[in-house]
Design a protein around this ligand. Sequence first.
Ligand code: HEC
Length: 165
Amino acid sequence: MAFQKTLLALCIAAGLAIVGGGVSAAEQKAKAPTTPGGKAAYTRQENFKQQGAVFKAIRDELKKDAPSMALISTSAVKLKNSADALPTWFPKGSGPESKYATDAKPEVWTDPVKFASAVKRLQVEATKFQTIAASGDIGAMRAQSQAVGGTCKGCHDSFRVPEEK
Ligand code: HEC
């Protein structure tokens, strides 16, 4: 009986090990951070998820024949605010050395001038988007949302570890 129980336990453990081997990066990230740097990295990723959701809401809305101006202008404010807050999401110690599964490259901290200019580009384009959103010109909003998207990509290309394909 005891032997059977042990065997069962071993099988379960082996099964878990197999499942464990297949844990995705996203699931690993969901693991609670333990260090202050790890916590900051975790919070940063949450902030980026929100920023991503806000920007997606804008782009989705602009694909419609009759976009909701209310939704776009509310989202434009959120986007601008998060662009302004972005530099505070990268405290020292929240990079790869935090041992947390962050995709922020060390260059964020080793090349602060270049990083600051990537931040600035987003802030400038997000501010323009907010102004254009208030104008009601949908064509101009569509064009400006592309400009904003270009600044996201610009920074990701230099400062974010590429996503696994
Ligand atoms: C100045 C640099 C910079 C700009 C500008 C920028 N990002 Fe990022 N983004 C990063 C970095 C670095 C990471 C990786 C964060 C981490 O893993 O710690 C990231 C991660 C993300 C993530 C993944 C979050 C997660 O872990 O689930 C999303 C979504 C995202 N960014 C959306 C956007 C969008 C949308 C924009 C433009 C509106 C944008 N980013 C602009 C640097 C930037």
